[in-house]
Design a protein around this ligand. Structure first.
Ligand SMILES: *[C@@H]1O[C@H](CO)[C@@H](O)[C@H](O)[C@H]1NC(C)=O
Length: 506
């Protein structure tokens, strides 16, 4: 889609802008790191709404380049756009060789495996990403892909999917339980593309380490996102992330899924322990558990309130210029009504919803955003000339905001599911935004996969809604960064260009 392309062109423009900025100021904001240079980010944060004890502080570090050695595991049944249901176990060796196991399933609980792929290759880390701050770009090279089907039914289904472009003699000989080469250095890639297979996710990597109070460590591997449009996924260069894999050594305990995924082989796919599906009840306040990344430059945290009696909702989207979500640029507060639809046929366990946005309130959190909004023409974005830092403006009088790409009222077709985590705490999954920056404003554009889950805030932490908005402090942040510059000018360019569509800010 052209919007997606524009985003990339913009990203390139941003790059030039930054270089110019660095030259102008003579500062080394962001030297393109070589693989030997590294910087550490560290952060102590205490999410305002967190089911762990309030006093607990978690420090997050992310090294560039990241250390990938070791095995990284899915912690639950993953859903990719399509939908595809899978679990993953990736092992990286100090020699740069990797072995990636992907197990695919017929069902949304990952109980009924259809086939597994064993992928071998080499990964070369290149440089820090200019587009996705905090990420490292990499190049992967595949040396082989082996497939094992797990039942006759799965074989038949695969055969019909792979024909006619993948006609190697191998497929006819697929026997359940027996490894068969799908790709090697001598064979072409027809079979891989017929499967919609790609390892482009390896081209954008980030490792985060969370240091918890009692010396416990959690390590997560973030790999590039999968394009929501099936036709784009094999050549899309990721700029956002999928849900992270956790280190086999340093993961959250208990993790029943980790053990079975760790022990799996291509011939012995893991059957996932039952996730407790909770009946969909949205009542209450839900909050992001970490700083989230969207394809092309955006970092944000989300918070939702639902009032089922009034069928009313409010979403607070806090936008930041850095991957630790410490430099707030602007905040959006959207509200309206919602209606629950049918259980999803495509993604069993999830439910369809329609959301209507009738009001959006915007707060410029820094000087440059305030200036930018202040320069908009009268009637285009709130009260022109009245924008001030940390003062909220409603956009309904101008039916949205052209420069932010917001049109009011607005309707979206959503996919939601509620699951319980390993501690029995409810998690809300909201549908993934289309990667091309468009909006799911038609039923056919409804998501088939999800964003990072939101956590239900306990009643004790719930504040009266009058406390929301301006003075809300979701985190106590102390950052200690070196080598990072501000991307704010770029973000503003993106906003200022009016190319940013609805979902760029949502
Ligand atoms: C916004 O514009 C008004 C009128 O032009 C001006 O007085 C004010 O200082 C501007 N505010 C900011 C934050 O730029």
């Amino acid at each position: 889609m052209s919007e997606g392309r524009s985003a990339h062109v913009l990203a390139a423009v941003c790059l030039i802008w930054q270089v110019a900025l660095m030259t102008a100021t003579g500062s080394k904001l962001w030297e393109v790191p070589t693989t030997s240079s590294s910087f550490m980010e560290s952060l102590q944060w205490q999410p305002h709404c967190h089911y762990r004890h309030h006093q607990e502080r978690v420090k997050i570090t992310a090294e560039i380049p990241p250390r990938l050695d070791g095995t990284w595991l899915s912690t639950r049944c993953e859903v990719r756009p399509g939908p595809e249901f899978l679990t993953r176990s990736y092992t990286f060796h100090p020699t740069r060789h990797f072995q990636a196991l992907q197990h695919y399933y017929a069902d949304s609980r990952c109980e009924n495996p259809t086939y597994s792929l064993a992928i071998r290759g080499k990964l070369r880390l290149r440089q820090a990403s200019w587009i996705t701050r905090g990420a490292t770009e990499a190049d992967h090279h595949l040396s082989g892909v082996t497939i094992v089907v797990h039942s006759l039914a799965a074989k038949q289904k695969l055969n019909s999917r792979l024909a006619p472009s993948c006609v190697g003699p191998s497929l006819a000989r697929l026997v359940p339980g027996k490894p068969q080469d799908l790709y090697n250095t001598r064979a072409g890639r027809e079979c891989l593309s017929a499967l919609g297979f790609s390892m482009m996710e390896l081209d954008l990597v980030r490792v985060e380490t969370q240091h918890h109070n009692h010396g416990e460590k959690l390590q997560e591997l973030f790999l590039g996102d999968i394009h929501t449009d099936w036709t784009q996924r094999t050549h899309y260069r990721p700029t956002g992330y999928q849900q992270p894999l956790q280190s086999a050594l340093h993961h959250i305990h208990p993790c029943p899924a980790c053990a079975v995924v760790y022990r799996s082989t291509e011939q012995r796919p893991p059957a996932m322990p039952r996730q407790t599906q909770a009946p969909i009840s949205l009542a209450g306040r839900w909050s992001s558990q970490q700083c989230e990344t969207r394809p092309t430059i955006l970092f944000l945290t989300r918070e939702f309130h639902f009032d089922p009696d009034q069928q009313a909702w409010e979403g607070i989207y806090r936008h930041y210029s850095d991957p630790l979500c410490s430099q707030n640029t602007f905040t959006l507060r959207a509200s309206g009504h919602y209606a629950q639809g049918n259980p999803s046929v495509k993604v069993p366990g999830a439910t369809e919803f329609v959301f209507k946005v009738t009001e959006v309130r915007v707060t410029a959190e820094d000087e440059s955003t305030a200036k930018l909004l202040n320069r908009t023409k009268p009637g285009k974005c709130g009260q022109a000339g009245e924008w001030k830092v940390r003062e909220e403006q409603a956009l309904s009088s101008t039916h949205g905001c052209t420069v932010l790409g917001l049109k009011l009222p607005h309707k979206e077709y959503e996919l939601l599911k509620v699951e319980l985590d390993h501690r029995g705490h409810p998690l809300l999954y909201v549908g993934e935004r289309p990667t091309d920056g468009s909006s799911p404003d038609r039923p056919m554009r409804r998501a088939t996969s999800f964003q990072a889950p939101l956590m239900l805030c306990s009643d004790a932490e719930t504040q009266p809604s009058s406390h929301y908005g301006l003075g809300f402090k979701s985190k106590q942040v102390q950052t200690k960064t070196s080598g990072t510059g501000s991307l704010t000018p770029c973000l503003l360019m993106v906003l200022g260009s009016a190319l940013c569509s609805w979902s760029c800010v949502f």
